[in-house]
Write a protein that binds this ligand. Structure first.
Ligand code: ADP
Ligand code: MG
Length: 363
């Protein structure tokens, strides 16, 4: 049997190594044609999840199905998936052309079909001119393009990639991110992509599952995860956040670790177990020391202790007596910002830009 295109469904999929739980009862659905990214820190279970979908590792329990059909017992080479790893895994003694022909020969395709498909795959990754070279005669980026071409040459229903750009430098990585996204859309193939790089996940994906300790912390569009993180872990993992430990003090008031008070006056209920707040640096503005905040805004003062020039923006660290160190990001839209190290400044933010979280569950 060959696995068809269709929704991929994980139902309570678990993987244990001895008494270590690598993947902890994972349930999720990946829609056909979706660019789905499994994101998470090292050791969170991303590769194990991908290997079970590829059929290289068996789940300890649970089922993986495609379009409602259980594929848990289908051998890897019958799952109709193309796989790309970080280290290319090209055959060093074979030309690029022969590397690409290999998966088709394994499938016993006729010679003329092989020649045509190899040519098409090479053109897809813009490397037709390199057909007769050996992998060692290619740059890192070219090798990874060939690995991608080899993964798509047999028209798989699914593409699985595990940190495919991890070995490349930043510029090349950014270019290949765009190319991979375009390729996935052109082929209308379902992509399951693994990375630990939150920027990469956000820029490429339709949806992201952020994993931690073998479980999904949150799953959704990049925007949902960035703007509405459901836990302190998510807020901290994606982008930059000012994280403060707090305790509810009075209705709409939180006391901060070192004695300051933070008000939440946007009509939200502050949960009794609120213990962490997060505010993004780009949501805070610098202003007059004595500014009176309008309703719905908070204001406090502090001293600029660091200034990091980053081209398109500057990241200030402002030390506030009530809140501690606060990072503030200012875009350079109309010239320079006049704030200097050592200067006392005001900070202002909308209280609804403050995200509240309960305590992190201990594992
Ligand atoms: P990630 O890809 O997110 O870095 P992995 O899926 O590789 O994480 O690993 C998840 C956890 O399972 C880690 O703690 C890792 O040490 C453990 N693990 C992975 N593969 C094996 C294995 N073959 N034997 C024992 N433990 C493993
Ligand atoms: Mg991994």
């Amino acid at each position: 049997m060959t696995v068809s295109h269709g929704a991929i469904h994980f139902d309570n999929v678990r993987k244990e190594y001895g008494d270590h739980v690598a993947v902890d009862d994972l349930t999720l659905t990946i829609e056909p044609g979706e660019f789905f990214t499994v994101l998470g820190p090292s050791g969170s279970g991303k590769t194990t999840t991908l290997m079970m979908l590829a059929g290289f590792t068996d789940p300890t329990s649970g089922t993986i199905s495609v379009d409602g059909t259980d594929i848990s017992r289908v051998p890897s080479d019958k799952r109709n998936i193309g796989v790309v790893f970080q280290d290319y895994a090209l055959f060093p003694h074979m030309s690029v052309r022969d590397n690409l022909a290999f998966p088709l020969e394994m499938r016993k395709e006729p010679r003329d079909v092989i020649a045509e498909r190899v040519q098409r795959a090479l053109e897809l990754v813009d490397l037709a001119a390199a057909a007769d070279r050996l992998p060692d005669q290619l740059s890192g980026g070219q090798k990874q393009r060939i690995a991608v071409a080899r993964a798509v040459v047999f028209d798989p229903a699914f593409l699985l990639m595990d940190e495919p750009l991890g070995a490349l430098d930043r510029k090349l990585r950014q270019r290949l991110q765009i190319e991979l996204r375009q390729l996935q859309q052109e082929l209308k193939v379902t992509m399951v992509y693994v990375t630990h790089d939150q920027e990469e996940a956000m820029s490429m994906s339709d949806r992201v599952a952020l994993m931690n300790h073998g479980r999904i912390e949150q799953m959704g569009t990049p925007r949902e995860l960035y703007e509405h993180p459901r836990s302190a872990f998510v807020a901290d993992f994606l982008g930059t956040n000012n994280m403060l430990t707090v305790r509810p003090e009075a209705p709409g008031r939180l006391s901060v670790e070192n004695g300051g008070l933070l008000s939440i006056d946007d009509g939200r209920d502050v949960p009794a177990d609120a213990s962490v707040v997060a505010v993004r640096p780009e949501r805070i503005a610098l202003t007059d020391i004595a500014a009176t905040p309008p309703p719905g805004f908070s204001h406090c003062t502090g001293k600029v202790t660091h200034r990091l020039y980053l081209g398109s923006h500057t990241m200030y660290t402002v030390h506030s007596e009530t809140l501690g160190p606060v990072r503030v990001q200012l875009q350079h839209d109309d010239g320079e910002h006049p704030y200097r190290t050592g200067e006392t400044v005001g900070m202002i933010w909308r209280t609804r830009d403050v995200n509240l979280f309960g305590p992190t569950a201990e594992r």
